[in-house]
Structures are given as C-alpha cells and as structure tokens.
Design a protein around this ligand. Structure first.
Ligand code: NCD
Length: 307
C-alpha cells in the first residue's frame, strides 16, 4: 500500500511513538539497519532551498544502504520550463521508490502525492506544514525529557509563517498535560486558524505574550524560530521584526536548570552563539536526531509499500 506523509496528523500517536522507538533502535545499533534499503532509491525534489532537511534525507537513505537522486532547486529542474508538479511526480515515480519534496506553495506535496505511484513525504510546503521536522522535534524532546507529555513549551519568534511551529503544535495537541506559551511580536502571532482548529478545538491551555523574559521561568522547552524572510511581502517589515528576540545567557538567568532549547535551524540572530555551549542548548543534537527519524520513517513507508 502506498502511504504518504503530507501532514503530521497523517500519523496516529501510536505510529509516531513506533517511529520514535524505531529511531532509538537505529541509534543503538545502526549496523543492524545499514542494508535495510539496499536497492531502494530516494528522490529529493526540492523547489525551495534547504540544508538540513535535504541532506538529512539523503544521509538517512545512504545509511540504510539505499541511493539518492534529485534536484536541490527549481531552476535546475523542468519546473523552470513550465512542467507541473503533477507531471514531475509521475515522471519521478518511474525512477525512484520514495519522494521527499519541498515546495514554496502550500499543498504542492499533496498534488504530487495524488499523481505519484510511490510514497511522497512533505519536506516543507510554504508556511503550512513540515511533518518530518516535527518528528525530529518529538524525538529530541523524548530523548531529552524521557516523555512526550506533561510539559510547558514556549514557541518564540515568527509564529505566523513558521511552518515547523504549526506542525509541532498540531502534533503536541494530541498528547496530555501540554501547556503552550506563544511569544511573538504582534505582527507575527500564531494564525487564528491554528488557534481555533487546534488549540481551542483540543482544549490546550495557552497564553500569548510579547515578552520572553517574563515567561522564561515557567518553560520546560523553549522552541526558538527564525523570522521567515522569504514569506514577507515587504523588506521594511522584515528588517523591523527580524531581531525581535535574541536569546542570550542573560535572558536564561531565570530559566529552569533542565530547560531544553530547540531551534529547527537555520539560525540567523535569534540565538546568540554564547548559548551554544550551555548544556541546555539542544539544537545541534536535534539535527542529528533528524537523520535518525527520517531513517525510521523511510524504512517504515518502504516496508509498507512492499506489502
Ligand atoms: C525550517 C524550515 O524549512 O521550515 N528549517 C528546517 O527544515 N530545518 C525552519 C526555517 O527555515 O526557519
């Protein structure tokens, strides 16, 4: 059966927990998995720039013994000649076994999935969704805290355009005992559809503030984000908002000793480099976890497709 992962809610909580367990097994014994995808090919179709997501998908497939083909910018694909996403997906289905696709337009991976005959994984679509970053975040929280329930998480920065924020809030709303603190400038507040359809619909307690320091002592996890320059309509607004929050050691003075600081990366200015050496900084560990959870996801989807 061909199964696509376009949104994090395409996976049940049970399936997410199974993926986390599989990722932990891979971390403990990578050799046992090094031939699992021998002969399989991943196509990375990236219509928008990426470092971590594309390279971690590729590294993940190589570490499973498979191989990789694809493109890293729309300009080097037939999209530049006017080919539709639907046609590209049909064509690539003739060459590969699984697709990871990133696109600036919301919903493009769904169009690909409707036209491909192999599994499609959404590797980020516009300001909408980024399910594999969310799986990465969940694996990191699980490895750092030993659980995925009963904590207070602060999201700070660009909550309007940040797709990783939208996806993670969606995923966490299905666990118990989660409290959410939304920290952003007025102009970059969480979209009302996420508040209404997720937080309110699921009865998740949340507060909104513009002030990071005043809420710092409550947080078990702090999820920092970059202001999403590419989604702004004018440069002036971006320049005014881009350095709204800069996390430094001073701002961490009142933070919990076991705070876990996450960031999907790339970082611009929102975390000062002095924080990198603090044991609470988990964002580079998060990068490594991203490779393992993508190994777990691709292995699971390919096994299901072979059934
Ligand atoms: C994020 C993205 O692409 O949405 N990056 C990532 O995948 N690790 C976050 C960002 O670009 O700010």
């Amino acid at each position: 059966m061909v199964r696509n992962i376009l949104d994090v809610v395409d996976l049940s909580v049970e399936e997410i927990n199974d993926l986390i367990k599989l990722a932990c097994d891979i971390i403990n014994d990578p050799k046992a998995y090094s031939e699992k995808c021998r002969g399989k090919k991943l196509a990375t179709l990236f219509f928008e720039p990426s470092t971590r997501t594309r390279l971690s998908f590729e590294a993940a497939m190589y570490e499973l013994g498979g191989s990789v083909l694809g493109f890293s910018e729309a300009q080097s694909s037939s999209a530049s000649k006017g080919e539709s996403v639907a046609d590209t997906a049909r064509v690539v289905s003739c060459y590969a076994d699984i697709i990871a696709m990133r696109h600036p337009k919301e919903g493009a991976p769904r169009v690909a999935a409707d036209n491909a005959s192999i599994p499609v994984i959404n590797a980020g679509d516009g300001g909408h969704n980024h399910p594999t970053q969310t799986l990465t975040d969940l694996l990191t929280i699980y490895r750092e805290k030993g659980r995925l329930n009963d904590f207070t998480i602060g999201f700070c920065g660009d909550l309007k355009f940040g797709r990783t924020v939208h996806s993670l809030i969606n995923a966490l709303s299905r666990y118990t005992g989660i409290k959410i603190v939304l920290i952003s400038p007025e102009e970059l507040k969480l979209p009302s559809y996420v508040k209404k359809d997720v937080l309110m619909a699921k009865g998740i307690p949340y507060v909104q503030t513009t002030d990071l320091e005043s809420v710092m002592p409550e947080l078990d996890i702090l999820y920092m984000t970059r202001v999403q320059k590419e989604r702004f309509f004018n440069e002036e607004d971006y320049l005014r908002l881009k350095d709204s929050y800069i996390l430094n050691m001073k701002k961490l003075e009142n933070a919990k000793k076991d705070l876990c600081i996450l960031h999907p990366l790339p970082r611009v200015n929102e975390i000062s480099r002095e924080v990198d050496n603090d044991p609470r900084a988990c964002y580079f560990k998060q990068v490594l976890n991203g490779k393992y959870i993508r190994m777990a996801l691709m292995l699971t989807l390919l096994e299901e497709a072979a059934r």
